[in-house]
Ligand binder design. Structure first.
Ligand SMILES: Nc1nc(=O)c2c([nH]1)NC[C@@H]1CN(c3ccc(C(=O)N[C@@H](CCC(=O)O)C(=O)O)cc3)C=[N+]21
Length: 286
């Protein structure tokens, strides 16, 4: 049986429509729009495209964009000074420092300099700690988007076996914690996991973020499972390709998300969601 498609693009559009209404409420109550500062250092073409897409999505949702493009020669001290300014600016409710940063800048120091109250990416250790502790404030955008995608299927998370492939700080680890928070039984797999295929076959929910093109094959998937593909690999002919071997796996899964058109658009929608939520908190809107 063919799996049903989890259409991340359509779901992201729904989320963004809802956010536009929320942003309008913030504007009506406070006289200012929710504001996102975007900071991009250097000239990586992919980063410029990503930031442009995020800015466009903001503008469509009625979020003010405060754009900062800095040369790759920017020093760590200069970047820290800009972040301090944005931390103190009442028009700004979220701060995005696009990654990767140039090698001479320590990303850990930079991400810790962003005020936890404006951490729309959810990357600050304070917000990571709040998630571990079970009282999240800002949740990282990609895993938050994955949760919304699972919820959109109507499949309940509670009591299910969730297997997360990958343990990065920006996807695998926070995603595992978000699933645990929702009472799934969670297994995290990584490069040293033994009998990986057998562990994956146990999964009612299989969440894949390992960064290897077409790594998950049909024999690793339980009949009817929800499969979400966080991978963004480039094929030799330059096409975007997920971590899941889509065609054969979609014959076996119950639900599957594509790449492109899956997690990527939801990541952007969640950045907007965090920004609007932050503005609502600061404005005292319930
Ligand atoms: N501070 C920070 N926060 C981030 O969230 C962040 C970052 N740095 N650095 C880079 C990664 C990457 N990322 C993507 C977001 C959306 C798509 C996306 O929408 N992709 C489209 C297709 C894009 C295409 O066709 O190339 C899709 O999957 O359908 C992809 C990648 C956010 N990142």
């Amino acid at each position: 049986m063919a799996a049903k498609l989890i259409d991340g693009k359509a779901l992201a559009q729904q989320v963004r429509d809802g956010l536009a209404a929320q942003a309008a409420k913030v504007l009506a109550k406070t006289g200012t729009k929710p504001g996102l500062a975007t900071i991009l250092v250097g000239d990586d073409p992919a980063s410029h495209v990503y930031v442009k897409n995020k800015q466009k999505a903001c503008e469509l949702a009625g979020i003010y964009v405060d754009d900062h493009k800095l040369p790759s020669s920017t020093t760590q001290a200069e970047l820290l000074a800009l972040i301090d300014k944005k931390n103190a600016d009442p028009k700004i409710h979220g701060i995005l420092v696009q990654l990767p940063l140039p090698k001479h800048i320590d990303s850990k120091v930079i991400l810790e300099a962003v005020s936890p109250d404006k951490d729309a990416d959810g990357f600050h250790p304070y917000n990571f700690g709040r998630l571990v502790e079970g009282h999240p404030v800002f949740e990282a955008c990609t895993p938050k988007g994955v949760i919304k995608m699972i919820e959109s299927t109507g499949v309940t998370i509670e009591g299910k076996r969730a297997v997360v492939l990958g343990r990065s700080n920006i996807v695998g680890k926070p995603l595992a914690l978000m699933l645990l928070q929702r009472n799934a039984t969670v297994t995290i797999c990584h490069s040293k996991t033994k009998d990986l295929a057998a562990v994956c076959r146990e999964a009612d929910l299989l969440l894949v973020a390992i960064g290897k093109a077409k790594f998950v094959t049909a024999d690793m998937v339980r009949e009817g499972a929800v499969v979400i593909d966080v991978g963004t690999n480039k094929t030799s002919d330059g096409k975007l390709c997920g971590d899941v071997d889509f065609e054969p796996v979609s014959q076996k899964a119950g639900w599957i998300s594509p790449v492109p058109g899956g997690v990527g658009p939801m990541t952007i929608a969640m950045l907007l969601d965090n920004t609007v939520e932050s503005a609502r908190r600061m404005a005292g809107i319930a």
